[in-house]
Design a protein around this ligand. Sequence first.
Ligand code: NAI
Length: 304
Amino acid sequence: TVRGSAAMDEAVDRNRTVAVVGTGTMGQGIAQVALVAGHPVRLYDSAPDRAAEAVGAIRARLDRLVEKGRLDAAAREDAAGRLHAAADLADLADAALVVEAIVEDLAVKRSLFAALEEVVADDALLATNTSSLSVTAIGGGLRLPGRFVGLHFFNPAPLLPLVEVVRGFATDESAATRAYATVKGWGKTPVRCADTPGFIVNRIARPFYAEAFRVYEEGGADPATIDAALRECGGFRMGPFELTDLIGQDVNEAVTRSVWDSFFQDPKFTPSLAQRRLVESGRLGRKTGRGWFPYEGDAERPAP
Ligand code: NAI
């Protein structure tokens, strides 16, 4: 294979700016990781004040790390000083890497990247944190699609080490290598994969949820029994029912539907009717106080 210049497949330099666009759950987590790794970090969100709020939330999280003795006070001050909100997309012009974590919508993501490409330098690396859309499709409209990759972090991004580095159809080898080296330098455990639906983890997790839901739908066992069996004997930290209550039934179902559709509605990935009813009735899991299980307050375990 033809390799790009050395600089193109080395990690993004620590003193170059990392921009994060979309500062919700994932954007904040990814920004925190880049910040603690030493980069100047700029946050942009289309919702007014959201990026400034995210700066406050990340600084508060750094404070908690100091309290827990996992970050020293000087490092906290240094990191906080490198974190800034951007009022406008044009303020991301000097970013060497942009990680997008906005709404999971192909058209919205494509138009964001088209606008970003007008702003950043031609050698800036562009990445999406999509969990279920095609990286190839998101980058398809770019003038320079070779520098576009998937960087799929898991929630919570500061804690979970895995990052899937996804090479789309048009992604240059050097861009994938550079993205891999960058997140590895951030202390993460990157794995490389191609742009297949659901990538690695979300794909292989589909039958884990689907078979559990089917056992329940067939009257095989109730959710608590299935969860307990998989926790106690399967070595899973959480069973599929409590885990989807944590993720959100709507979010989990949307990923299942996306993988199912991507494989031309292969019956192997057929969404669960019982889960559909949970979503329709607003029982989305912990966030609504009820999913497969009822929750009281911030109970860590399902209420009996
Ligand atoms: P979120 O809803 O918490 O945050 C999304 C943010 O993007 C919001 O602040 C919103 O105002 C902003 N936004 C929406 N459209 C925008 C635009 N056009 N330009 C700039 N900002 C915009 O969403 P979350 O959960 O952080 O997910 C973000 C992305 O990360 C999605 O692609 C999702 O599939 C992916 N993801 C989510 C995971 C999760 O567990 N929540 C895990 C891994 C990936």
